[in-house]
Design a protein around this ligand. Structure first.
Ligand code: ATP
Ligand code: MG
Length: 234
């Protein structure tokens, strides 16, 4: 590779439960803005900030991420967090890519909500010393609060957080899960192949609870029975 051309690589972490157009638009906008040679999507194994919440099997989330990105020549998906034991800390993931691409500039792409939690991230100063963090705008979250991070991480590292204006898509995986559970459409919010995958595997459908003598309460996967189903999905 030509030494004078900086080699920039994007890393897009997320639970992707499911992946949606908000993730894809963010990754694509970052790819263009920072001249990223590739954006590597990294579905989380066990996200530390989502412990205690039910999360879809990693293989399903991985498959949906592959389906959503396969047609983009510069997008790829990496299984490293899924295949790793223990909680998925972003800093450990970035450290792997730092080693894999020692001469590249790494851009860790996050939405405004995630970047504002940066202080609570495991070893965030180490993270910022290894990569730049892209703080993408996201409807419902303010990037204005970012300034307070300067005191916490210091001016030099703070400059490694780069804001990015992204076309506003008020889509979240939590809303999508709820919509599927309530039998509502998610078309045009996720790629068509992801929508079909969700349907095919019955993901996010409410499960009927029945008391079976001798078994106690059992959950039965089944068709959506009423608009109220899935209300307990939080
Ligand atoms: P959940 O509701 O389950 O938390 P989510 O929609 O926030 O799902 P995640 O997988 O948690 O999706 O997010 C992965 C990354 O993508 C995070 O950095 C998040 O801020 C960012 N992101 C998610 N949705 C959007 C969006 N609509 N616009 C910009 N960034 C987004
Ligand atoms: Mg989220």
């Amino acid at each position: 590779m030509n030494q004078s051309v900086p080699d920039n690589i994007g890393i897009m972490g997320g639970t992707f439960d499911p992946i949606h157009l908000g993730h894809l638009v963010t990754a694509e906008t970052a790819r263009q803005a920072f001249h990223l040679r590739t954006v590597i999507f990294v579905p989380a194994g066990r996200p530390p900030h989502k412990q205690g919440q039910p999360i879809t099997d990693a293989e399903h989330r991985y498959m949906m991420t592959v389906l959503a990105t396969v047609s983009h020549p510069d997008f790829q998906v990496d299984r490293l967090e899924i295949d790793r034991e223990g909680p998925s800390y972003s800093v450990d993931t970035v450290a792997v890519f730092r080693e894999r691409y020692p001469d590249s500039n790494l851009y860790f792409i996050t939405g405004a909500d995630a970047v504002l939690e940066i202080c609570s991230w495991h070893n965030c100063t180490r993270l910022l010393s290894m990569c730049r963090v892209v703080a993408a705008t996201r409807p419902g979250y303010e990037l204005a609060g970012l300034g307070c991070l300067a005191d916490l991480v210091g001016e030099e590292l703070f400059r490694r957080i780069v804001p990015l204006e992204v076309p506003a898509l008020a889509i979240s995986s939590s809303d999508l899960r709820r919509q599927v559970a309530e039998g509502r459409s998610i078309r045009y919010l996720v790629p068509r192949a992801v929508e079909e995958y969700i349907q095919k595997h019955g993901l996010y459908r409410p499960r009927e609870r029945r008391v079976v003598p001798g078994w106690g309460v059992v959950h039965i996967d089944g068709p959506i029975l009423s608009g109220k189903a899935g209300e307990e999905d939080g």
